[in-house]
Design a protein around this ligand. Sequence first.
Ligand code: PEP
Length: 249
Amino acid sequence: MKKLIVGNLKMNTTPSEFKSYAMTIATKAKGTKNSIVICPPYTHLSTAKEIFSGSKVSFGAQNISEEENGSLTGEISARMIKDLGTEYVIIGHSERRQKFKENDKTINKKIKTALANGLKVVLCVGETLQTRANKQACTFVRKQIDDDLKGIYENELESVVIAYEPIWAIGSGKNVTAKDIQKMVEAIRKEVEYLYSPKASKNISVIYGGSVGLSNCKKLLSLEFLNGALVGGASLDVDSFVVIAKENY
Ligand code: PEP
């Protein structure tokens, strides 16, 4: 089954380091059936355009402003990144929710801005360890989806991928069981069905993120209920990432 593999470089690599990284991926990704999306820092997007044009690799940004333009020193708009050929944007990553205090209202606005500018959205959702311990994980994530997708039309969901990322599994090496992922993916699809339709629920892509690496990618990506993976730490090592991204599951 064809999978979507998204690499989130976070605030790592310089533009020149990224150039050789991107060239390696573009070369080695040839022939893969999977869809590969690399999300580097904003400063690397023009290099991404230059190197990934005509290759199997797409690229995305890690954030956008919720506003279209204006007096917002230091912010980057959806239109700016779209103009650079960017196809995707990650919205609602837990690091932005926690460290930059983004709430569901802001995230909802960012999704609308992204879609209005023709970008595809990787919407990140996921619970804390405490929420999981309280047996509220599915309820919590369903509420995030409900709030984040408010006012988004069913036909726009074609451009939305939901990334389930349990916060406690990100960068921690902690593994979530396949059973827990399956339960969450079902909960996410139920919420999409409740908000939209059975068709929307069936068609939406749901990927998993949280310490996906060489040791567990095969197991995780062969789960037929998952459409792919969001890879953070392991995407920094180009050789590991190529193995994860190219694997034919
Ligand atoms: C992430 O930050 O989105 C992520 C999945 O990171 P890691 O793979 O390092 O857990």
